[in-house]
Every structure is written in C-alpha cells, then in structure tokens.
Design a binder for this molecule. Structure first.
Ligand code: UTP
Length: 468
C-alpha cells in the first residue's frame, strides 16, 4: 500500500481526507513532516472532541447542585487553626530542607493577548532592572535554596512553538545562576485547530494548524518526557506549581506546602477572594462531593452573584492557578489513560483554504482544544484550598494594556515592596519606589531581617531604586 493510501485510511473514517489535498505537490521532507503530524493524533477521539465542541453551546454542569467550596482563611481564626498553621509552616520548611519539593512552571502558552514576539517567560517586566519573568523566578529559587540550604529542581513545560527559544534564553543567560542540570525543560503535545465545519485546518500545504494542548497537557507531558521519572528518582514528593505570567508568586511557600502535606492532599490550590462577582476567575465549587472549578464564563450570573448569610459572595473563592501537587498523584493519574475532556476556545486561526490561499481571519473562525490543569481536582483525594493575598501574590501579565498588563504588574511589584518596607519601619519619600530583587527578598520577613541587621542599601529619593 502506498504511504498516501495508508494516511487516507486513517483520515477517511473521520472525514478529514482534505488534509492530504496537496500531498502530490509535496517534497519528500514535507511529506514526512505531514505524515508525522497525522500519525501523532488519535483522530477518532480528537475529531469527536471538535464536533462536540462545535455542537455543544451549553455546558453540562448541573448548576443547581453546585455548592461553594470551603477554604482555609489566610489568617487562622481559631486556636486550633493557629496551632495547625504553625505546625504546617514548620513541616513545609522541613520538606524544603529535605529537598522534597520541586518547582514546576507551565510556560507553553502562546501569549496571544500580550502580543509579544517570543516565549512569555522571556518578557521583561521588572520596573527598575527590566528583568524577565524567568529571571525573577530563577533568582527566587536561588533565594529559597539559600534560605533552606537545599537544591530545588525546576521543571518547565514549554511547547513546540517556544521550546528552542526558551532553551536558548536560559543558555545565553547562564541559567541566571542556577545549575544547568537542575533546570529541566520538556515539551507538551499539540492538538489541531478545527474550522467551524469540523474540518482540521491546514497552516500550510505540509502542516496542520497545531497549537499547544493546554496547561492540563502537563500531566501527559510530565510522564512522556521522563520528567516524572526524574522526580521519582530524586525523591521529590511535591511540586509547587505556577504559571509563567505571575512574577509575584511565592515560588516556595512553606505554609501552603506544609498544609498540603499534613492534610494528605493530592492537589492543593490557593484561592483569591473575588473582587466582585464578574471578576474573571474560575470558581471553586463542590459537585457531588468532588472539588471542581467552574470557569467564570460558564457560571450563571445569578449564581455568581449569590450571597451567603454574611452578605459576602457565596462563590467568592476564585482560582489564581497556584497549586501544590503530590508526585504520587501525578503518577497515579497518568498510570492509565487520562480521561480528560478538552475545553474549547473560539479563536482566530490563520490557515490556507482549499486553493492554498492564505487566510488571516478578522473574526474567530476556529475551535482550539485545550486541557486544563484544574480538571485533575475531582480526581484528587483531600484537595485543600488556602486563601491567598492578592497584593502579596498575584498580578499576572496577560494583556498588552489595561487590566492584567505589564503596567499593572509593575505597579503591584512596587506596591508590595512599599508595603514590606513599611512593615520594616521604612517610609518611602514621595515619588520614590524600590524594586526588591528576588535574589534576596521573597517574603516580608526578608526585608524586616535586613532592616534589623542594618544591611539594607541606601535609598535615593525621586526614583525607582533597586535593592539586592
Ligand atoms: P493562558 O491561559 O493565560 O494562555 O495560560 P497564554 O497562552 O499564556 O496566553 P493567551 O491566552 O494566548 O493570551 C496560562 C498559563 O498556562 C500556560 C501559559 O504559558 C501560562 O503560564 N499554558 C497555556 C501552557 O503551558 N500551555 C498551554 O497550552 C496553554
């Protein structure tokens, strides 16, 4: 049988033979590329996902059964909790000292809203020194290593669109002072985009329009890349997970890690109290005794607005996508076939038409399929939620301007520094601010300790200072 016929046999049953429409014009290498792409996809499953996504306007969540998920408050309110938080913090420190915790960043996204040409982690965001997101995290890891006297492995998920550039960026910058061997990059899988007629789109005659399969693709990618085996080999019990666009993240939080460990949680989450019902954060909910996250776009307005007896929003716990995951949990859920269903996003996807004309759509024209990390929550035993403080830990860079933009993120970094300095008894003069390097300052106590030791640098009024 010819190669073309073999591929037709794969694609015809799912009505996707148009993918081979330019086959006879392709060179040997081009044929090889397209063949590889086709063979990597489970076509019956993926086509069905796309068709379901196109048909299915409404979500199938039984909203009348949803309950708000309980969470631990930021500040313990009872004596029992005060004791528990204290014990948890100590446990977290011990786990870090013992080298039981690794860092895990998902950085495979396309960053389309930011419109920046390059991997988002290379985006320069710090207000005085113009440090990239990756540098801020790397230095934060170094600070934690010094604090806890340990070595912290850092796993970073990239995608085919940004893996090479990300690797080059780390190499050019000497891994920002980390040991090359402790930084493990691995690549997630891709999925094809589909037109609204259910046909997979071609980016070129020899290529499908592929995009990364969502941050939920990390489970399969951890397993397939050998990163999970590496963690097991290195006795790593837990992963501290964050997304690449939030430089305020406390990359290692002993309290959160310790609570996760002591409660035997498989997957723990931080929660942000929503500013208002419309804030674009997923809602932590309980459905049939399982923890789930309902996306803000799926939540009926009436439910999002519901208040409890204290007058606060009932579904106020929103997800900023910060988690701690047990390595054994990842091992368990990836030991068989992971039965995640992708979420759909209606997007503008450039492609070629049947006459090989380039189409650059002005309106959304395609369905992209993405797995979400939080879909693992219902599979987790004892999932724990701990409130977080927005000003301390969350200011993502999502958009070019306006909300969640580089400007709001820089303001948040400077405001947090100002608050930490005030708590250490330092009042900033007018028009003066400080960028605190994560090499030395990853929590308020670091500023207080340096103030006590009188080792803080001098302050120049009227500018953005940089302190290490
Ligand atoms: P977002 O959902 O904000 O997507 O990703 P994005 O790709 O960064 O930006 P837009 O939506 O195109 O503007 C949240 C986090 O998940 C990672 C991103 O890199 C970011 O850290 N992510 C997203 C992946 O690692 N892989 C994906 O396939 C998607």
């Amino acid at each position: 049988m010819t190669k073309k016929q073999e591929l037709i046999d794969i694609l015809k049953p799912v009505k996707q033979e148009h993918i081979l429409q330019f086959w006879d014009e392709l060179s040997k290498d081009q044929k090889k590329q397209l063949e590889t792409q086709i063979r990597e996809i489970d076509w019956p499953t993926v086509t069905q996902w796309a068709l379901d996504a196109i048909k299915d306007e409404a979500t199938s969540i039984p909203f009348d059964k949803l309950k708000p998920a309980p969470y631990y408050p930021l500040v313990p309110e009872t004596n029992k909790d005060i004791e528990f938080y204290d014990k948890a913090r100590k446990k977290g420190v011990k786990l870090l000292k013992d080298g039981k915790v690794a860092a895990f960043t998902v950085a495979g996204g396309q960053g389309t809203r930011l419109g920046y040409d390059g991997p988002k982690g290379t985006f320069k965001v710090s207000p005085a020194k113009n440090k990239s997101l990756f540098q801020i995290f790397a230095e934060s890891i170094i600070c934690n290593q010094n604090k806890y006297g340990c070595k912290i492995k850092w796993y970073i998920m990239t995608s085919k669109i940004n893996d090479v550039q990300t690797r080059e960026f780390f190499a050019e910058n000497n891994y920002f002072g980390l040991d090359e061997k402790q930084v493990k990059l691995f690549t997630q899988a891709t999925l094809p985009a589909f037109g609204l007629d259910g046909k997979a789109l071609l980016e070129a005659k020899d290529s499908l329009a592929l995009s990364p399969n969502g941050h939920g693709g990390s489970f399969e990618a951890l397993k397939a890349s050998g990163a999970l085996d590496d963690m097991i080999k290195n006795n790593i019990a837990h992963l501290s997970y964050w997304q690449v666009d939030n430089p305020l993240i406390m990359v290692m939080d002993p309290l959160f890690i310790g609570m996760h460990h002591l409660t035997e949680s498989d997957m723990s989450s931080r929660a942000l109290i929503k500013r208002d019902y419309a804030e674009k954060l997923g809602h932590f909910c309980i459905l049939d005794n399982k923890l789930i996250i309902v996306e803000y776009s799926d939540m009926p307005e009436a439910l999002a607005k519901q208040t409890d007896c204290s007058g606060r929003l009932a579904f106020r716990a929103g997800s900023p996508a910060m988690h701690v995951l047990k390595t054994a949990f990842i091992e368990r859920i990836t030991s068989g076939k992971l039965d995640f269903k992708p979420h759909k996003a209606l997007k503008k996807v450039p492609h070629i038409d049947g006459n090989a004309n380039q189409i650059n759509p002005q309106q959304p024209n395609a369905i992209k399929l993405e797995f979400f990390l939080f879909d693992a929550l219902p599979l987790a035993n004892n999932p724990l939620i701990l409130e977080t403080d927005r000003d301390e830990q969350f200011a993502p860079v999502k958009n070019k301007t306006g909300e969640d933009s580089p400007q709001t993120c820089q303001e948040a970094l400077l405001n947090r520094a100002k608050k930490w300095l005030e708590e250490a008894g330092i009042k900033l003069p007018e028009n003066t601010s400080v960028e605190l390097s994560t090499k030395s300052f990853v929590e308020k106590q670091d500023v207080i300790d340096r103030a006590k030791a009188k080792t803080l640098p001098a302050l120049t009024p009227g500018k953005i200072n940089y302190w290490e």
